[in-house]
Ligand binder design. Structure first.
Ligand code: ZN
Length: 445
């Protein structure tokens, strides 16, 4: 039997009663100070250096003379090591490497796959971890071509420059959760670098509570010339890996996978920090015909989302540089917008820092469904660092959490609203008012 339920008679405060939604704490000054340090010029310099390796194709790993993937990853690792000097010893840098055997598909020969990971150690007991990820490898029209250039300025020199910049401005942070800054190899051959790393985290029982993947995040002009400098797309999967569709139909949590809760949290958090920039949630795993490294985290059972620019120009992706019928193909830096990429980087930093400085997501959240009644009994496990908890609710047809109820420092509560009519979430709040990602309660009889 679960713990004694606490009856709560306070009603939800409605968003309309406040200038800001009831769940929105004021921006944190420590986070705002980190955002102010994000530099479009430094991001551009990082991007230029990545392009200067000529190609970062996974199969260019044996090249010498400053060309190819091995030179690129050595340089990325050196950047992280330099950045780590400001961390007081909390940031370390490592390569996650293995030999991938020829697979008869896009791995055309045995090849060393090697990702670069910088880690800021958190001070909390346990292994709660958040990841900001990108892939540094590039490709052109032929997957295995290492002869021609593959500049990969946007795909994914943009995400990689954003990850390095975020590590730079966050290096001195003393977070509660551990933060990983990951630049993966071999995304273009089938997510190999990220899959290896995500599986290693799973095997080590690391409590990964979110991956923010950045892939193609540096251009604000679309293929019809449209300019969209004010937002970023935010993709997330509907059902957690392994979810039973029959249960989802019964519970109505088709819009409440851990990844979707992470996306919702990212939007609600990131939108508060930049007046002229927001995330547009896209409620699907990824774009059609395309994949990304967040899927490796999803497959390993971890919440993960993907950021991608508003409108892609497919003549600038996976193309050997050339001009054909008057159309220029190739992933060149001249198509990028570094003020835009700085906004994307700030967005990531605001979300990542809020996650890692705030409390984690309650484990084993449950709604008790053994009685036919018109109230809702919720239970969950205590979260390290939580001062109290909030129950959030929304209509089953609403996209975002709208109302929050402060239930105090308890791990069980009864709220006077029907479990049949509402969706609920439970989130931890720390002593500074920082909220964590809500947990969606699953039914327990
Ligand atoms: Zn990519």
């Amino acid at each position: 039997m679960r713990t004694l339920l606490t009856a709560v008679t306070i009603l939800f405060c409605t968003a309309a009663a406040h200038a800001a939604p009831s769940h929105a704490p004021m921006p944190d000054p420590t986070i705002a100070a980190m955002l102010a340090k994000v530099s479009p010029e430094r991001i551009k310099a990082t991007n230029s250096k990545l392009i200067a390796f000529g190609t970062r194709s996974t199969f260019s790993e044996q090249m010498t003379g400053g060309r190819g993937a091995a030179a690129a990853r050595e340089w990325i690792a050196a950047q992280f090591r330099e950045i780590a000097k400001a961390s007081g010893g909390r940031m370390t840098v490592a390569l996650d490497s293995y030999i991938q055997k020829v697979d008869g598909k896009r791995i055309v020969r045995d090849v060393e796959i090697s990702s670069v990971i910088a880690t800021i150690q958190g001070d909390e007991p346990g292994s709660r971890t958040y990841v900001m990820s990108s892939h540094y490898d590039s490709r052109n029209s032929d997957n295995a071509d290492t002869t021609h250039d593959a500049p990969g300025a946007d795909d994914n020199g943009s995400g990689t420059a954003a990850v390095i910049e975020a590590a730079s401005v966050m290096a001195a942070l003393k977070p509660h959760a551990t933060i990983l800054f990951a630049t993966y190899d071999s995304e273009e051959q089938g997510l190999f670098g990220s899959a290896h790393h995500a599986n290693a985290l799973k095997d080590a029982h690391v409590d990964v509570q979110g991956d923010l993947n950045n892939d193609i995040v540096g251009a604000s002009v679309g293929d019809q010339g449209e300019h969209n400098p004010g937002y970023i797309r935010l993709f997330s999967q509907a059902l957690a890996t392994g979810a039973d569709p029959k249960t989802v139909n019964s519970v109505g949590n088709e819009n409440d996978s851990p990844s979707r809760e992470l996306a919702r949290y990212a939007k609600e958090t990131g939108d508060r920090y930049q007046r002229d920039f927001h995330a547009e949630m896209i409620d699907r795993t990824d774009r059609f015909l395309r994949g990304g490294d967040h899927t490796s985290f999803n497959t390993a059972g971890f919440p993960a989302v993907r950021f991608t620019e508003p409108v892609e120009n497919f003549a600038h992706q996976h193309q050997t540089p050339r001009t054909e019928n008057g159309i220029e193909y190739g992933d060149f830096q001249k198509y990028m917008d570094f003020e835009y990429l700085a906004r994307v980087t700030r967005y990531n930093v605001s979300v990542l820092a809020s996650l890692a400085m705030g409390p984690g997501c309650p484990a084993n959240a449950a709604v008790l469904t053994k009685e036919l009644d018109n109230k809702t009994q919720l239970t969950w496990e205590a979260v390290p660092g939580a001062a109290r908890y909030e129950v959030v609710r929304r209509k089953t047809t609403d996209a975002l959490w709208g109302e929050a109820l402060d239930v105090g420092n308890v791990t069980a509560v009864t709220v006077p609203y029907s479990k049949d009519n509402w969706l609920f979430g439970i989130r931890a709040v720390d002593a500074h008012g920082q909220r964590g990602v809500p947990a969606f309660p699953m039914p327990v009889k």
